[in-house]
Design a protein around this ligand. Structure first.
Ligand SMILES: *Cc1c(COP(=O)(O)O)cnc(C)c1O
Length: 376
């Protein structure tokens, strides 16, 4: 038996909708893009949602909308993907990394305030594994120091904190619809915007610096170049594919949660024997089963178990090399305070196979393989 780490999402409607887009419109901002954006706005109660070519690009748009410029400082965890930092580094900002909490792997909200200087402009919480950061505290800090909050909610589509959707707490929220995320358009993302007044600027940046969106809504009688912009709108082909997933979003979410809970139940015994640690979900958080990870005793056991799983044809992987220890991270950022958990916790984490359609039988096989590893 081979169990892949991830599987490409397809249902019958994926093909039907892509074919439909082919016969109607393939360039951006057609019916499927509208359907997806409206769905986000309604489902997550946000003023505006714009489909983008990636989460990376949604973060770049957010950095631009916050007017990030040379010398600004941006606070984020080091345990994240390069895109979280790139968006700001590209505009001349310095990245200030703060340690994570060992229980959720999210930025430690209690360490943020000490990292703030008069140059700090933005806080970037990353909802790791679709489990929300402590947004009440983070928004309080942002308000007190007049900072923007940009949520990297790449992994947190359908996740909630205190009953409110991830991606809607900050000034901006960025989703990813990369192939490996819960909802896929191959490559793609979305920018959620809290303030409608800002949304117009966002549309301009997204559409090559023009006010074409206003023109199509009949708000201006011609469109022209009115500011800096790029091309951040995805093709209708990708949006059509995404719609086939969003249409059954609850079903996908439920199915992933069932798989996640099955892993948890079956691995509880090993946690009890202190052979590994399982994820922790704070009671304020409703997660989306984006990821099932385990943590081994140390890095050495992680490496051995990864090898063992690989030899058993199970697609398990480690996650981020902390950004502050990477080549670019050292050039563009600094770690504020002590690295108590970022390096240590990340070096013992293993992500297990997780995708829509993963069966209990497959999970049982993964669990049995892990059990046999620990039997030696
Ligand atoms: C996947 C991911 C991204 C990047 O998403 P893309 O859509 O591939 O650009 C950014 N941040 C985090 C935390 C991610 O998991």
């Amino acid at each position: 038996m081979t169990i892949h780490f991830n599987k490409t999402f397809t249902v019958q409607s994926s093909v039907e909708y892509i074919q439909d887009a082919l016969s109607c419109q393939t360039n951006g901002d057609g019916e499927y893009t509208k359907k997806c954006s409206l769905w986000f706005e309604k489902q997550f109660k946000t003023a505006k949602a714009l489909l983008t070519t990636s989460c990376t690009h949604a973060l770049e748009m957010a950095a631009c909308l916050c007017n990030i410029s040379n010398g600004d400082e941006v606070i984020m965890p080091s345990y994240t993907f390069s895109s979280t930092a790139n968006a700001f580094v590209g505009r001349g900002a310095k990245v200030v990394f703060v340690d994570i909490r060992p229980d959720t792997m999210n930025i430690d909200e209690d360490l943020i305030e000490a990292a703030i200087t008069n140059k700090t402009k933005v806080l970037v919480p990353v909802h790791y594994a679709g489990v929300a950061c402590e947004m009440t505290k983070i928004n309080e800090i942002a308000k007190k120091h007049r900072l923007f909050v940009i949520e990297d909610a790449a992994q947190a589509v359908m996740s909630e904190y205190q009953g409110k959707a991830c991606g809607t707490f900050g000034d901006f929220g960025a989703f990813s619809f990369h192939e490996t995320k819960n909802y896929s358009m191959g490559e793609g993302g979305a920018l959620l915007i809290r303030d409608l007044a800002v949304a117009e600027n966002a549309e301009v940046i997204r559409e090559k610096g023009t006010n074409r969106s206003r023109f199509f809504r009949g708000e201006v009688d011609k469109y022209s170049w009115i500011g800096w912009g790029s091309s951040y709108l995805p093709s209708e082909l990708n949006a059509a594919y995404l719609w086939s997933g969003l249409e059954i979003a609850e079903q996908i979410n439920d199915s992933r949660l069932i798989a996640w809970n099955h892993y948890y139940e079956r691995l509880k015994g090993l946690q009890k024997r202190s052979l590994l640690e399982l994820p922790f979900i704070p009671k304020e958080c409703k997660h989306n089963a984006h990821m099932f990870y385990i943590k081994t005793e140390n890095h050495d056991v992680q490496q051995k178990l990864l090898k063992y799983l690989k030899n058993s044809k199970i697609g398990a992987v480690f996650h981020y090399v902390p950004l502050h220890s990477s080549e670019a991270g050292q050039k563009f950022g600094i770690f504020h305070g002590e690295d108590r958990f970022t390096t240590k916790e990340s070096s013992r984490l293993i992500r297990l196979p997780m995708y829509y359609g993963l069966t209990e039988m497959e999970i049982d096989y993964v669990v049995k393989t892990i059990e046999s590893f620990f039997r030696g």
